[in-house]
Design a protein. Sequence first.
Length: 253
Amino acid sequence: MLFAVSFYADEQMTRFGLDQWRRFLFDSFHWKVIADTLLLGLKAVAATVLLGFPLALVYRAASPRWQRVLLFVVIMPLLTSVVVRTFAWIVILGREGVVNQLVLGLGLAAEPLRLLQTELGLVISLTQIEMPLLLLPLLSVMSRIDPNLMDASASLGASPWRTLFRVILPLAAPGLAAGCLLVFASATTAFISQSVIGGGRLVYLPSMIWQQAMIAAHWPFAATAAIALLVSVSAVIAVIAYAGRVAGGRVHG
């Protein structure tokens, strides 16, 4: 239905044509919005991996009791509405928020940092919001890694860092790829977080679709932007999934 609606040439949807596609594809601003949307997803993936993978290593080395505690901590954010978590980040990142109070208290800055309505603040909030989507598949894969493999690597003279990059990371690659896929798909389409934290200064495809559909009531152009979002996000997801399959194939091959 979206594909069909995108070929209406006018807002009243009375005639067909390629007007909406020409309007979207031949405007550099729209390509910039697509690039910013995909880049936001990649930044969220990078941040969640940098924080999530060490946490997964801690989970793997912990006792069964502490593993249950860590798993509960990971799942707990999912029990809270994303709207509540997003508005909580407004309190944390605001001029009088926890982050700025800490920065000012430590003397790291002379005035409060501007974190709201910036991409940095949005990535910080998305990292916490999307973290469970990365950790759940990653923990599932890492918990099945045979500990004897690490012992064998150490007995052959490999350092802990070499064991990490040559043994643990390749074996965990399928779970890591699955988590990255989920985080990217969720972060690029996180309309609530993008609108509340990013505000009107940052324009991404989900907010553009909402504006065209609900404010301008231009359904053909909103459908065109929605298809562009679907295609662009699906293309990156396909690359991430392929990378995960290649990594898994090298390990099991």
